[in-house]
Design a protein around this ligand. Structure first.
Ligand code: AMP
Length: 220
């Protein structure tokens, strides 16, 4: 299955992506994770992206589109893929369609739109703690989803961090960016008959069950 995850920062994309990845056996392609890895490694892409990311702004379309186009060519995407945090602009959505066509890849099967109120987003991001190990991607919440040992990733034992762009001032800018640049994509994918809309509040396991049922319907 080829899946796109859509939703505001803090909507639960990362959490649900982990479940979908395990259930459908497809790789999670998170542009946020790839960009953070590029920043940590100090690559040219990372150096260009850092300033935008720190401000809560979007990294230029051409940079992100190139990363995704290259990633989709890799062998592990042959049986399906899941994009997490891409596309985030109309131009990226158009570029994704073009990449799929030009490369002879199978089209998008479903776009999972995680719907969430601003109040919930603010609570989630202020309490979110993530594993900085780019190969792990563990994500927790100090109250709703704490790790077994405080401040330590259950999966790989790395000390968890509170992302710089999860601080309140930057979160406001990220939400404004989402409204301005990304929220319009919901209509695009609804019109294309691909949208699965799920309220992403309450227990993540329950939200995961709804997503799984809807995806299975699309797959059959
Ligand atoms: P995320 O982890 O998905 O919240 O992404 C963190 C940051 O990476 C965003 O605030 C942007 O600065 C950048 N980023 C991630 N994905 C994209 C994208 N598709 N287009 C532009 N910038 C992105």
């Amino acid at each position: 299955m080829n899946i796109v995850l859509l939703g505001a920062p803090g909507a639960g994309k990362g959490t649900q992506a982990q479940r979908i990845k395990d259930e459908f056996g497809i790789p999670q392609i998170s542009t946020g994770d790839m960009l953070r890895a590029a920043v940590a490694a100090g690559t040219p892409v990372g150096l260009e992206a850092k300033g935008f990311m720190d401000k809560g702004a979007l990294v230029p379309d051409e940079v992100v589109v190139a990363i995704v186009a290259e990633r989709l060519q890799q062998e592990d995407c042959a049986k399906g893929w899941m994009l997490d945090g891409f596309p985030r602009t109309e131009a990226q959505a158009v570029a994704l369609d073009e990449t799929i066509q030009k490369s002879g890849l199978a089209p998008i099967d479903a776009v999972v739109y995680l719907k969430v109120s601003e109040e919930v987003v603010l609570d989630r991001l202020s309490g979110r703690r993530v594993c900085p190990n780019t190969e792990c991607g563990g994500t927790y919440h100090v109250r709703n989803m704490p790790p077994k040992k405080e401040g330590i990733c259950d999966k790989c034992g790395t000390a968890l961090i509170h992302r710089k762009d999860d601080q309140p001032e930057t979160v406001k800018d990220r939400l404004a960016t989402y409204e301005k640049s990304t929220s319009g994509l919901v209509g695009r994918y609804k019109d294309a008959g691909l949208l699965i809309e799920v309220v992403s509040e309450g227990d993540p396991a329950d939200v995961g069950k709804v997503i799984s049922e809807e995806l299975r319907k699309k797959a059959s």
